[in-house]
Design a protein around this ligand. Sequence first.
Ligand SMILES: *[C@@H]1O[C@H](CO)[C@@H](O)[C@H](O)[C@H]1NC(C)=O
Ligand SMILES: *[C@@H]1O[C@H](CO)[C@@H](O)[C@H](O)[C@H]1NC(C)=O
Ligand SMILES: *[C@@H]1O[C@H](CO)[C@@H](O)[C@H](O)[C@H]1NC(C)=O
Length: 939
Amino acid sequence: MDVKRPLYASDGARTPIARLGAFVLLAVVGLASVGSYLFTTDVVEHVRHVAPVNAQAILATCAALDVPVAPPHDFAERTTSDRFVEGTKATLIKNATIWTGNDDGKEIVNADIFIDKGIIKFVGKSSKHWFTGESGEVTAFNTFDAAGGWVTPGIVDLHSHIGVGASPHLNGASDTNSRHGITQPWLRALDGLNTHDMSFALSISGGVTTSLVLPGSANSIGGQGFPIKLRTTAERSPFSKLLEPWFTYNGSGIKPVHPPRWRYLKQACGENPSRVYGNTRMDNIYAMRVAYNEARKVKEAQDAYCVKAQSGQWAELGEFPESLQWEMLVDVLRGRVKVNTHCYEATDLDGLVRLSNEFKFQIEAFHHAHETYLVPEVLKKAYGKPPASALFATHARFKREAYRGSEFAPKILHENGLRVIMKSDHPVLDSRFLVFEAQQAHYYGLPWNVALSAVTTTPANALGLDHRIGYVRKGYDADIVLWDVHPLSIPAAPKQVFIDGIPQLAHPHLAKSKAEHLQKLPQPPNFDEEAKKAVEWEGLPPLHPKQSWKGTVKFVQVGTLWTGPGLQAKTLSPGPSTVIVRGGRVLCTGTGCSDFQGDSEVEATVDLAGGALAPSLISYGSTLGLQEIPPELTTGDGIAPDALRGPIPAILGGDGTLIRAVDGLQFGGRDALLAYISGVGTAITGPVHAGVIGGLSTAFALGAPSKLSKGAVKQRVVALHASISKGGPVSISTQIALLRRLLHGDGPGDAGKHFKSAGNGEIPLVIDVQGADEIATLLELKEEVETELGSTIKLSIAGATEAHLLAKELAAAGVGVLITRPRPFPSQWSQQRLLPGHPLSAHSAVDELLAHNVTVGLGEGDKALARNARFNLAWIYHEAGGRLSKEDTVSLGSSNIAALLGAEYDATDLVAYHGGDIFDFTAKAVGTVSSSRGVVDIF
Ligand SMILES: *[C@@H]1O[C@H](CO)[C@@H](O)[C@H](O)[C@H]1NC(C)=O
Ligand SMILES: *[C@@H]1O[C@H](CO)[C@@H](O)[C@H](O)[C@H]1NC(C)=O
Ligand SMILES: *[C@@H]1O[C@H](CO)[C@@H](O)[C@H](O)[C@H]1NC(C)=O
C-alpha cells in the first residue's frame, strides 16, 4: 500500500486531496507551504495538543470527505449555463409537440420553448414577458416553427467510446484500452479523447447531445469515464467538451460553496479482460477484490486520521493518507462515483453483486447486461439500489456470453421494476442511430414512455446529471431535438438539434414528405408469449416453426397480397379477404376463392387481421449459416486459407485451392432462425475468409431443419467472391495484380478455373471493396480484361461505402452494388466519403445509386442484425420521401440481391404478416409460404 507518497506524484501532479488542502490553506491561512508542520510553540510536551499551522486545512479536508455529491443548492436558479457560448442568439421554438420526460415519460404538451443563455427559459404558451428583461429591454431571438412536430430532450448515450476509439479507425488514435494491468482505476479516458473523431458530427445528426465516454473493457477496472457534450467548442479541447467535470480534474478544488460532482468508473467482467490477460473469471474477480481492498485500507487510514484530527490528537499525525493509484476507488467507497460495469451473464452479475456487498459500493449500471433479464432478483441484491441495465436492442450472439441475449430483455427488466437504458457502445453500434435501439425495444414490448426515457431521462439519471439534462424543462440545458416524425417511428431523423442552445445542423436536409401516419406513436404487436418463453428457456427459447403444413392452408383477413415476378403489392378487394395456399403455393385469392370446394382439406386457418402476404427477403453479406458464435471456432465453419499469407498445403490444391461455402453450411443457428421468423427466408453466404480469394457462395433456406431437407440448399454454388482491403499483409496494388492474373485465366487449380470463368463472364463475380479509389481501379481492371478477352464480366461490388461517388461510372460499366451496412459509418479510412443521408445530405447512397440506374441490393453485414432487414428497407423507403416505390424498395432486399449474385429468385416465397404490411411497425411475421420447400411454416 502506498498511502504516504505516491510513486510518481510530483509537485505538479499532487493528489487531489493534497490540492484541496492547498486550496483551503491558501484561502484561510494565506501561506504558500503545504504539508510542512510549523508549530506555534516549541514546548515539546505540549505538542500533542497543539494544532499545526495547517490544522484548518486538514479539518476542512476531513469535513469535505463526507459532503455528498449534489448540484449546488441554487443550481435551479441559474440564469446562464456554465456552457453558454457568448454571442449565441436566443431561440423561440414555436408550436412543438413536446415529449418533456416528465410524469414518468408520459407527459406530452403542445407548447412553445424559449431558449437563451444555454438554458431552457420557458416552456408553454409564449408571452411577451419571456423576451423582455427586467429593465424593459427585448432579447433578440431566432424563431423556429416546429409546425406541431415532435420535440424531445437531446439523446443521452450512457456507453460510448466516441473520441477514444476515434473513427475512422487508425492505430495512432486507438486509445480505448490500456493493456498494462488488470485493474487501473487511475486511467482517464479524457487523456485519450480525440476531438477529430469523424463521428461527432454524425452522432449529433442523430440527436445525440451527451455521451458518457468510457475506457474499454480489456481490464477488470479500465479507468475513469467522462460525460461530454458532443458539440464542437471554440477552444477545440477535450476538456471543454466535459459536462460538470469533477473539480480537481483541472486543478480547482471542491469549494465549500460547491458540493462535489460525480465521477465515473468503468469496470468489466467476463470474457474481455480474460481474453487480454489469459485470466479466468476467478482471476478477474480476485483482481478486483485486491484493488478494492487497497482502496479500503486507504479509506480506513483517512478516516482514522480524521478522527484523531477532529479530536485534536495532533501528535505524530503526519500527512493525510492518500494514494494516487487508489484514490478513485476510495471515492467509489465514499459513494462519489457512478460505477459502470460491463457484464453479460448471470455468473458475472452475481460475482459483481457480491463484490458490491463485500466492499459496500453501488453499481449504477450493468452494461451489455445480456442476461440481467434472467436474474432480476440478483440485481435487487446489489449494494444500495439495483443497477440499471444498459442494453443493445437486438445485437447479440457475437460471443458466448452474449448468446442468451434477448430482444425482450428491455420489456422483462421493466416489468421487474428495473431501470432500462439503451446504449450504443459507439462505434460498436453507431450512436447516430441510438434512437433506433429505442424503437426496436418499443417494438418488442417496452412501453413507449419507458422506451423514450431509456435514451434520455434514464441515462441522464444514471449519470447523476438529471438536474440539467434528460428533460425539456424550464432551467434545464438547452439540449433539444426537433424530429421529422415521431421519434419511435422507424425513419425518425432530426430536423434540428440544439446543444447548449446552439443549433448544430447548418443546412439540414429533410425528406420531402414522410407519411402522415408516421407522426403518430407506432402501435407495435404483442410479444407477451415470446417474452415469457425467453425467460422459461433461460434465453434459448425454441425458434423452429411451431407447425409446418404441407397441405392446404387458408389465410383470412388478408389486406395485401404481393405477387411476382414484378413484385406488385396488390391490395385485395373488396376489403380484407381470403388467400388459399396448397403445397406452399397460392391457389386462389379474394373472390377467386369463392368457388373453392376443398374446405374439408383445409389443415389450418390463419387470420392476418388485415396484414399481408409479402415477399420473403434475402440476406446477403453476413456469415449466416457458417458461424454461430464467431470467436468460438468450434461453433462454426472456420476461416478459409489465404495464399498470400502462407502457402496452402499441396494436398488441398496449393495456391489454387477454392473453398465452397455449401460444404460448411450448418442449419438451425439462432441468428438464422431469428432472421427467418422476422421475414428473411433465404441467405446467400460466401466462405469466411481473410484474403483476396473468397470462394464460392451458396444460397440456402434459413428455416430448413437440415441440409438434407427439401429445398434447404436453394443453389449450391451462386457466385465467386473476392475481397480488396487496406491494412492487410499486402498492398492494394498487389491484390489487384493477383486479380488481374486470375481473371486473365493465369491462375492455378480450382481458383484459376473459376476466376477464368468470371473473366469470361460465365459466373458472377462479387468483390468486397469500400473506397472509391479501389472501386475505380476495379472498373479499369474490368474494362482491361473485357477488352482483351472480348467478354463482359458480371461484376458486383459489395460493402461499397463510397460507391455513390462513381454512380455514373458503375452504371455505364453495368456493375451492381450490394450495400452491406444500410446505415453507413466510417469505420475505415476508405469509408470516409460516405453519404450519410438525412439530415446531413439530401440523398442516401442507395438513392444516389438508384438515380443513376445502378442495380442496388441492400444486405446486412452482421448476422445478428439480419433480422432487421425489413426495418432497414422501411427506413430507406421513408427516407426516399416518395422517390422509391414500395415495390422497388422490397426488390432491394430480395430480387435485386438475387439478380446481382446470379441466384435464382422465387417471387412466390412469401411471408405472412399479422396486423400490417411489410414496412409497418404494427406488423408481426407469423409464418411463411414456401413453394420451393412446399410448406407453410407457422412460427
Ligand atoms: C401548429 O402546427 C399545426 C401543423 O402545421 C397547425 O395545424 C396548427 O394550427 C399550429 N398551431 C399553432 C398554434 O400555430
Ligand atoms: C476548471 O474547470 C471549471 C469548470 O468546470 C472552471 O470553472 C475553471 O475555471 C477551470 N479552471 C481552470 C484552471 O481551467
Ligand atoms: C435511368 O433509366 C431511366 C429509364 O430507363 C431513364 O429514363 C433515365 O434517364 C436513366 N437515368 C440515368 C441517369 O441514366
